[in-house]
Write a protein that binds this ligand. Structure first.
Ligand SMILES: Cc1cc2nc3c(=O)[nH]c(=O)nc-3n(C[C@H](O)[C@H](O)[C@H](O)COP(=O)(O)O)c2cc1C
Length: 179
C-alpha cells in the first residue's frame, strides 16, 4: 500500500469542526486528523495545514474551539472542508450559528454535540508537522441532544459512523481511573 494511504488503516479521531477568531473575524474548518494525547492535564492534537486560513488564525490568536458534529451534519461538514474562510463567510454560507465562547474569543457552534474551548499549549510541532497541541479550558455538551453518533473519516471519501457500544468495564481492572 502507498505510504500516503496508511491513514486509512488506523482509527483517526472523529471528524470535528475547528473554529477560530482573529481580528474580529470568525472562521471554521473541518478536521479529521486529530487525537487525544493525554487526559490529565488534557491535551488534544490536531493537524492543521499552513494552506488553511485557520492555520494563521490559530497561530496568531493561540486559541480555537473544537466543535463535535454528529452524523446528521456529515454532508455539511464535508462541504465546510471544501472551501476557505479566505474566500467565503462559512457561517453565512452554511447557516451556522456562532455562539460566543465562554472563556475564549473563538466562537462555539450551536447544534454540535460538544464544544471544547482550547488554548494552544505547545507550538514546537506546528512548523515541522502542522501539529497543534491544544489544552481544553472549557468543555460543554448539549443536553438536548440524544446520545451522539459521531463519524470518522477513513480517507478516499469514506466515513464510518459510531456503531454499537460494548461494555468491558469488568475487565478494566488496571485502568480504574478511566471508568
Ligand atoms: C473530511 C475532511 C477532513 C479534513 N481534515 C483536515 C485535517 O485534518 N487537517 C487539515 O488541515 N485540513 C483538513 N481538511 C481540509 C480543510 O477542512 C480545508 O482545507 C478547509 O477548506 C480549510 O478551511 P480554511 O481555509 O477556512 O481554514 C479536511 C476536509 C475534509 C472534507
Amino acid at each position: 500500500m502507498a505510504l500516503d494511504k496508511v491513514h486509512r488503516l488506523i482509527e483517526p479521531g472523529p471528524v470535528i469542526l475547528v473554529t477560530t477568531r482573529h481580528r474580529g473575524f470568525p472562521n471554521v474548518m473541518t478536521n479529521g486528523f486529530n487525537m487525544m494525547v493525554r487526559d490529565a492535564p488534557t491535551l488534544i492534537a490536531c493537524t492543521i495545514g499552513p494552506w488553511d486560513h485557520s492555520y494563521q488564525f490559530l497561530v496568531e490568536s493561540g486559541e480555537c474551539v473544537i466543535s463535535v458534529p454528529t452524523a446528521d451534519m456529515a454532508a455539511t461538514v464535508v462541504d465546510i472542508g471544501k472551501c476557505s474562510g479566505a474566500d467565503v463567510d462559512k457561517f453565512k454560507e452554511f447557516d451556522l450559528t456562532a455562539v460566543a465562547g465562554e472563556k475564549l474569543q473563538a466562537p462555539r457552534l450551536a447544534g454540535c454535540f460538544a464544544n471544547i474551548e482550547c488554548q494552544a499549549a505547545n507550538s514546537s510541532l506546528v512548523v515541522p508537522c502542522s501539529l497543534f497541541l491544544l489544552e481544553p479550558v472549557r468543555a460543554r455538551t448539549d443536553p438536548s441532544q440524544p446520545p451522539p453518533r459521531l463519524f470518522h473519516h477513513h480517507g478516499g471519501g469514506t466515513f464510518t459512523l459510531y456503531g454499537p457500544t460494548i461494555d468491558l468495564k469488568d475487565r478494566m481492572t488496571k485502568w480504574q481511573y478511566l471508568l
